[in-house]
Design a protein. Structure first.
Length: 458
């Protein structure tokens, strides 16, 4: 079975709903098998298991050395579910099934020295890191498309909105720069979390006592050093990070990767929120691709990608919060309930983030600005949009009463010629230039250029 991150979100967490199904269970099972095979390979790497044992189990389960993944993990999912219900973990059933598939001399090395949490946590990190890598690639696509968009729309003046009301002029490009930064920052966070995702190997209570004892039994010159080396090789075999000691009830690796998924969804959903407003017919400034039909209204063309991404933004934070709740209530050397709550939530969150990233690529692929609507909306704001600039420029030259009268007239829509006719004190000033929104966009263009030219601009 090949690892295909795209199958994870489709099975587990389509933004409109869904729960763990057969396809996602198969991916989890493949990750569990991969962790078990990685442990056997680590025993061989430290010289305590025969090389032939590692080769045999690798061949049996389709080990991909480059991808650190088992491609032939057709586990009996019903048996694993039964083991989960009976034992509180699928690993008991998994080990029995795996031993039944291999030669007698290989079986005893499966799961040797490990505990259920070692395998489940390592499988979780395998799934999470691979999904994060795939999401990161999607985010790069989104970022590239947004950069092209902000470059194209760099200098197009538009009305900004604060607290839902017309504010001061900005540019279409400057508005979208924050979209670029949101995606870029999320991608960097994902890459960091993925690089730091560790394997888990601690034995029954996180002391490696069983592994030291096995190393001694197998004739290791320095059993303690062999136990440490086993953990290092285990991590290396699976392309995961290595930490100095087990983290059974220290759940930061889970929450950090989960938080990176949430941040990715947050940033993408923020873009969708802006696009949903900008695309309303009464605003109509930016249009997206991916229109969907209505079951009742033939005229409707719904922005389906925007809707899906916004939906993910509603769900993801609460899944992340569940991971933090589990981390906060972890206790003893293995938790009774908190740890068990993590895996389904983590898989759902990872899948949701992946689905969100996929929809976001489509959402931004064909962004189109309607320049007429942008100009009309800017014009509809009238002189009120320039009241800040008028106040700054004229305040030193007018009494407070005169300034207030000029601002009232500007907000009411008075033209430059009307203002100069009504207020003699404005004679000789470039009032038309003062009211030109294209001349009051500050550093908007510079911010666009920085974001485009500096890929480290966060």
């Amino acid at each position: 079975m090949t690892f295909d991150a795209t199958s994870l979100p489709r099975a587990v967490s389509h933004p409109f709903g869904g729960s763990p199904g057969a396809e996602s269970d198969a991916l989890i099972a493949a990750a569990l098998v991969t962790a078990e095979v990685g442990l056997v390979r680590a025993w061989a790497a430290v010289g305590l298991a025969p090389r032939g044992v590692a080769d045999a189990i690798s061949k049996e389960f389709g080990w991909d050395n480059d991808g650190a993944w088992c491609h032939d993990a057709s586990v009996d999912l019903m048996a694993l579910r039964a083991s989960q219900l009976e034992n509180g973990t699928p690993v008991v059933g998994l080990v029995s099934w795996m031993r039944g598939r291999v030669a007698p001399e290989v079986g005893p090395w499966i799961h040797r020295g490990g505990t259920s949490q070692d395998i489940v946590d390592t499988a979780l990190m395998l799934l999470g890191s691979r999904t994060a890598q795939d999401i990161s690639a999607r985010l790069r696509e989104v970022e590239a498309r947004l950069i092209a968009f902000v470059q194209r729309e760099r200098d197009v003046p538009a009305i900004s909105r604060t607290l839902t009301q017309h504010a001061v002029p900005t540019t279409v490009g400057a508005r979208a720069v924050n979209w670029v930064r949101a995606v870029r920052r999320a991608r960097v966070r994902l890459d960091e979390a993925r690089a730091n995702a560790p394997a888990q190997l601690g034995g029954a209570a996180g002391t490696l006592a069983s592994i030291v004892a096995i190393a001694r039994e197998e004739g290791a010159a320095d059993p303690a050093q062999s136990a440490i080396a086993l953990g290092e090789h285990f991590s290396r075999e699976l392309n995961l990070a290595h930490v100095e000691s087990p983290w059974h009830t220290f759940r930061a690796p889970v929450t950090e990767l989960g938080d990176a998924f949430v941040q990715a969804v947050d940033g993408l959903a923020h873009i969708a929120a802006d696009l949903s407003l900008l695309g309303r017919p009464e605003i109509g400034e930016v249009l997206t691709s991916g229109t969907g039909a209505s079951s009742a209204m033939p005229h409707k063309r719904n922005p389906v990608h925007v809707v899906l991404v916004k939906s993910a933004g509603v769900r993801a934070p609460f899944l992340g919060a569940t991971l933090h709740a589990a981390a906060a209530t972890a206790h003893d050397e293995r938790s009774d309930g908190a740890w068990q709550a993590e895996l389904p939530v983590f898989v759902e969150l990872a899948g949701l983030a992946h689905a969100c990233a996929e929809s976001s690529v489509a959402m931004v692929t064909d962004l189109r600005v309607n320049p007429e609507r942008v100009a009309a909306n800017l014009h509809s704001a009238g002189g009120a949009a320039m009241s800040e600039r008028v106040s700054i420029v004229l305040a030193p030259n007018l009494t407070p009463e005169s300034l207030r009268a000029v601002l009232d007239a500007v907000s009411a829509g008075a033209t430059a010629s009307e203002l100069q006719a009504r207020f003699p004190e404005l004679a000789g000033l470039d009032i038309a230039g003062l009211l030109d929104p294209s001349q009051y966009t500050g550093l908007a263009a510079e911010f666009v250029d920085r974001a485009v030219t500096d890929e480290h601009s966060l």
